[in-house]
Design a protein around this ligand. Structure first.
Ligand code: NAD
Length: 406
């Protein structure tokens, strides 16, 4: 299988076959402005010294400061971070916010660290990178396994080193540390607004049967929001297992069960299935909300969903995209579907710089307008260029980035 960066570059190749953006511009976008690797020493609780590998990729800042989350995962490596940074550049352009693309990470299984080790690691990441970060330079945020608390440690470390008191260098902070109302559910909610705008056009019924992979920040919030809006969640999963009930799941009880047992499996009234089986269930809407490369040429033929809403980044490989297109399965692409997260991060940055604090209603109203607008424009672009939604999104983004770069 190709790595995520090869997948991202294959998408860039594909869009340049559909619309001519000029070779120089496409060549420029094949390379990040810089990719930085760092070693972070951490004194562990047992007194030993451990060195962790960390990254920051600054991909493109034509539209504004580099923007993108920091991922903590044992499989995180530079190609993954480069792909995610590239997609951030596209995503910010799609969402029409004045920010560029960046991403960071550390190769670590955070579940194996104590809280104090995790704090030292997070502060160490900032110590190594403080020179390149800043409200007008590079603005990180949370991603997989990084939490508001981690953002608060990082923001605090940055302030100690630089004296910058705006708090606008890290987003996704807790409210009391300068965070925005509504950042928690923003990605799932933005995905819902996009889905709701396109639902009729994509031939989906008013009330859909929904399957969700991943039950973290994005997946669990999406499940709640879709369910509150009258849709039926028939299956959900985490890294260990998946559960299914054709008639719908009681999400509140499932959350309690997960809290109590640490897992989703063996919840009464549901059937335990595998993550692979979950992806192949018959449903109106499939929502991958965990990791990249989960729908590939190996399983795309078996997908039975009518529409896929990509809340994870890069869950479908380019080859799988082609197969799904031929099967008439519409894909609402990650760069549109999950752009609610970065949009509210942008609101947070804006509030910090202006020393304001907006109400949750104001945040959600602004988010809704921006998501609806992005969804409609991308549908138009796709129709105009006789292509699918992902390419519509890339065309819109590249037009905006190119105009700024020129
Ligand atoms: P998270 O760490 O909160 O949750 C990840 C979830 O995926 C967990 O429930 C975990 O158990 C599950 N998971 C892990 N491995 C799995 C596997 N092999 N199969 C099925 N499930 C698995 O992370 P998150 O913030 O919810 O991010 C999920 C995805 O959404 C990522 O691709 C991330 O880049 C993307 N995303 C997140 C945000 C955000 O605001 N957090 C914004 C945009 C995109």
């Amino acid at each position: 299988m190709q790595n995520p960066y090869q997948n991202a570059m294959a998408q860039l190749d594909k869009v340049s076959q559909i619309k001519n953006f000029g070779e120089d511009f496409i060549e420029k976008l094949r390379h990040p402005d810089r990719d930085i690797r760092i070693s972070i020493p951490v004194k562990m609780d047992d007194g030993s010294l451990k060195i962790f590998e960390g990254y920051r990729v600054e991909y493109n800042n034509a539209l504004g400061p580099y923007k993108g989350g920091i991922r903590y995962h044992q499989d995180t490596e530079i190609n993954e971070v480069k792909a995610l940074a590239f997609w951030m550049a596209i995503k910010c352009a799609v969402a029409n916010i004045p920010m560029g693309g960046g991403k960071g990470g550390v190769t670590v299984d955070p579940k194996k660290l104590s809280k104090s080790e995790l704090e030292k690691l997070s502060r160490g990441w900032v110590q190594k990178l403080s020179d390149i970060l800043g409200p007008k330079k590079d603005v990180p945020a949370p991603d997989v396994n990084t939490t508001p608390e981690i953002m608060a440690w990082m923001a605090d470390e940055f302030e100690k080193i630089t004296g910058d008191k705006t708090r606008a260098t890290f987003t996704g902070k807790p409210i009391e540390a300068g965070g925005s109302e509504g950042r928690g559910p923003a990605t799932g909610l933005g995905g819902f607004y996009v889905f709701d705008t396109l639902r009729g056009q994509l031939g989906l019924p008013e009330k859909c049967k929904v399957v969700i992979q991943g039950f973290g920040n994005v997946g669990a919030n999406a499940a709640k929001i879709f369910s509150q809006n009258g849709h039926t969640i028939i299956a959900v999963s985490d890294s260990k297992s998946a559960i299914f009930n054709e008639n719908g799941l009681d999400l509140k009880k499932i959350e309690e069960h997960k809290k109590k047992t640490g897992a989703l499996k063996d919840f009464s009234g549901t059937k335990n299935i595998t993550n692979a089986e979950l992806l192949e269930l018959s449903c109106d809407l499939l929502v991958p909300a965990a990791f990249e490369n989960v729908i590939t040429d190996a399983n795309a033929e078996k997908i039975k969903a009518k529409v896929i809403l990509e809340l994870a980044n890069g869950p479908i490989t380019p080859k799988a995209d082609e197969i799904l297109f031929k099967k008439n399965i519409s894909v609402i692409p990650d760069v549109l579907a999950n752009s609610g997260g970065v949009t509210v991060s942008y609101f947070e940055w804006d509030q910090n710089l202006k020393n304001e604090h907006w109400s949750e209603n104001k945040v959600f109203d602004k988010l809704k307008l921006m998501m609806e607008d992005a969804a409609k424009k991308i549908l138009e672009k796709a129709k105009e260029n006789k292509t699918y939604l992902r390419m519509g999104a890339f065309i819109l983004a590249l037009e905006r980035i190119k105009e700024k770069m020129l």
